[in-house]
Every structure is written in structure tokens, then in C-alpha cells.
Design a protein. Structure first.
Length: 113
């Protein structure tokens, strides 16, 4: 039950969104999850500031999932997310923040897991 939400500086084309969606669907296996329950949100044209300066390229990515991910799994996922955003959007890793949050309760389709 993962949800990966991205707030991205600049415009993201439909083709780029599709590619990011596909690649995140593959990468989520690093967290021992499958794409079959993965939800992805992409908000482009988002203003982000880092160290007091507005970024011309940047992203904030929030990864939420059912259960607690290990630190080593999150570290691998961070590397993959940075790779995806660099290759797809030209965003350097130094301009990407990624957070992870695990939940013991997660609802879907009128019930909780």
C-alpha cells in the first residue's frame, strides 16, 4: 500500500509523468512492495526554496507505506528515486528531499489492512 507523492519545480510533460510512474512502479520493489497497490501523485510547477534560494530544478518526494521500511531499503530507494528524477527531469540529487513514513493502519476499499 505505498503512496509516492512528488512536488516538482517546473513543468512535467505527460510522457515524463508516464515514465516516472513506470520507473517508480519498478523501484517500489526495493521496499518489498508491488506496483499492484502503488498510488503515485505528481504535482508540477511547484515552488521550492532551499538554503534561502528558489530552485530552478528540485523535488520533494514523500514515500508513505503500510508497515515500517528498513533504513537500508530506504537508502536504496533514495538512490533510485534520485536516479529517476535526474534522468527524467535533470534534477540533481542535491536538490531532492525524500521522506519515508510507515503506517501500521492503512485503509482501502472500505476497510483497513
Amino acid at each position: 500500500m505505498p503512496f509516492i507523492d512528488s512536488k516538482i519545480v517546473g513543468e512535467v510533460t505527460d510522457a515524463q509523468k508516464e515514465s516516472i510512474k513506470t520507473r517508480l512502479g519498478q523501484a517500489v520493489s526495493l521496499l518489498h512492495k508491488t506496483e499492484s497497490y502503488l498510488m503515485i501523485g505528481i504535482k508540477d510547477n511547484y515552488d521550492l526554496y532551499f538554503a534561502g534560494k528558489q530552485l530552478d530544478k528540485g523535488a520533494f518526494v514523500s514515500v508513505n507505506l503500510y508497515g515500517q521500511p528498513s533504513s537500508s531499503d530506504c537508502d536504496q530507494m533514495t538512490g533510485e528515486i534520485c536516479k529517476i528524477y535526474k534522468e527524467e527531469l535533470g534534477i540533481p540529487g542535491k536538490n531532492i528531499y525524500i521522506t519515508y513514513q510507515g503506517y501500521k493502519d492503512w485503509g482501502w476499499n472500505s476497510h483497513n489492512f
